[in-house]
Design a protein around this ligand. Structure first.
Ligand code: SF4
Ligand code: SF4
Length: 430
């Protein structure tokens, strides 16, 4: 019997599979169906594969070949979930399927080393990530990056990782210092700083704290917080993801706050999903539920708590890139747009396909760079057609992917987080 297959044979899982009525309404929104054009790379095809696995109709060989190939190609963007008229919970179906794929494969030495390094030795240790970011900043500063790109000698995975390296500003806030409300005090929030977000996109975190302070909130960043575990879930490392979830629950539940605010769509979804991740943990299941009710994406929080309207004019043509985890996972769609529309001078232009993934999808752009590139090219063509000179997003992966995409497509548009644009407006007013 194949390892982990019991995850796909529970009554609950089978009931979720049975919700699919095979209508095919999800096919046109699926980015991998657009790339490969095959049923097995569509949501309906993948659900058929999951059903076959769940009913014991796939032998070990098929599980490690066709099942693994088509499940791995899925971005887990959940666009199909939004499009589905039958409320199929595709995310809850594909996650266990990924764990099964993971349990039945034997990655090579290089992949195992990179995973161990990235997911266990770097992401849960933000200070190590910051050292890496400073080294990467030096690499960019002395012109090594230019040479490496020109000579083009890196192996495929490293090349994919290098290609998405953003321009780094290694200036980090000391979260141990107080971050009090500015002006009238309206409450207290805890800020989830993230790992890659904090090390590589520090200006967006800085802007988040400042905008929250500006709107009357004391901000605290609990020192015991750690990586959210989204990437670990994405590659099927549930054990590590649960460990990280418990650490975050302990860190955040120790303090009384109005909300736990995150500025990364992917992290936010992972944090909100802790009750599901820890459902079978007798100690943490209830605490995970309480924790999740407090989590707010920064757009969700600010749309209801923007007490100080941004008044400084920003003369820019802006297009907003939805994070799939924010749009399809958390259903946060209108809030970032509402916030952007409140900034004077800013013109918001919608993409033709705002629901389409950019190809970042956790570690997809590193794990499957060729497919991710096709998806990214498609996205950048949509961005270019808007004529935007500012690309705005609300998630770490999309932010990094958009910088790489703009460079690849030869666009001069800058990339910013929603809170950075709000921050720009407050500063312009002053
Ligand atoms: S999650 Fe995204 S990539 Fe996967 S089947 Fe659904 S739409 Fe396609
Ligand atoms: S839209 Fe929903 S019900 Fe229809 S095929 Fe896709 S997953 Fe199944």
């Amino acid at each position: 019997m194949s390892a982990g297959i019991e995850l796909l044979t529970t009554q609950d899982y089978k009931a979720k599979l049975d919700q699919c009525i095979h209508c095919g309404m999800c096919l046109q929104v699926c980015p991998t169906y657009a790339v490969f054009g095959t049923e097995m790379d569509s949501p309906r095809g993948r659900i058929a594969l999951m059903r076959a696995a769940s009913e014991g109709r796939l032998d070990a060989e098929k599980l490690s070949n066709s099942f693994a190939t088509h499940i791995t190609r899925c971005l887990a963007c959940r666009a199909c979930e939004t499009a589905c008229p039958s409320n199929v919970q595709y995310g809850a179906l594909v996650e266990p399927a990924r764990v099964v794929v993971e349990k039945n494969r034997a990655p090579g030495v290089a992949e195992r080393f990179l995973r161990w390094l990235g997911l266990r030795q770097l992401m849960p240790h933000v200070n190590r990530l910051k050292i890496l970011a400073v080294l990467m900043w030096l690499y960019q500063l002395v012109g090594l990056q230019y040479l490496v790109r020109k000579l083009d000698f890196l192996p495929k995975t490293l090349k994919a990782m290098e290609a998405i390296l953003p321009s780094i500003t290694p200036r980090y806030r000391d979260y141990r210092k107080p971050m009090p409300a500015l002006g009238a005090r309206r409450g207290r929030v805890a800020f989830f700083t993230g790992c890659i977000q904090e090390a590589f996109l520090a200006p967006a975190n800085e802007a988040t704290v400042w905008v929250l302070q500006r709107n009357g909130y004391d901000v605290i960043a609990p020192p015991g917080q750690i990586c959210c575990g989204a990437a670990q879930v994405h590659v099927g490392d549930e054990e590590m993801a649960c460990e990280l979830a418990r650490r975050n629950i302990d860190a955040f539940m120790a303090m009384e706050v109005d909300a736990i605010v995150t500025n990364a769509g992917g992290c936010g979804l992972a944090l909100k999903d802790y009750p599901h991740l820890l459902a079978n943990d007798p100690v943490y299941a209830e605490r995970a539920r309480q924790f999740a009710t407090r989590v707010r994406d920064v757009n969700e929080f600010l749309v209801d708590h923007l007490h100080v309207p941004p008044r400084g004019k920003i003369r820019a043509r802006v297009t907003y890139i939805d994070s799939c985890h924010l749009r399809h996972g958390q259903k946060v769609v209108a809030q970032p747009r509402t916030l952007l529309k409140r900034i004077p001078g800013l013109e918001l232009v919608e993409l033709q396909r705002p629901d389409r993934c950019c190809g970042s999808a956790g570690v997809y752009n590193v794990a499957l760079p060729d497919t991710a590139d096709v998806i990214l090219d498609d996205k950048m063509a949509d961005v270019a057609a808007t004529g935007a000179n500012l690309i705005v997003t609300s998630n770490t992966g999309c932010y990094i992917q958009m910088i790489a995409g703009a460079r690849k497509a030869g666009l001069s548009a800058k990339v910013k987080h929603v809170v950075e644009v709000l921050d720009m407006s407050y500063r312009a007013e002053r």
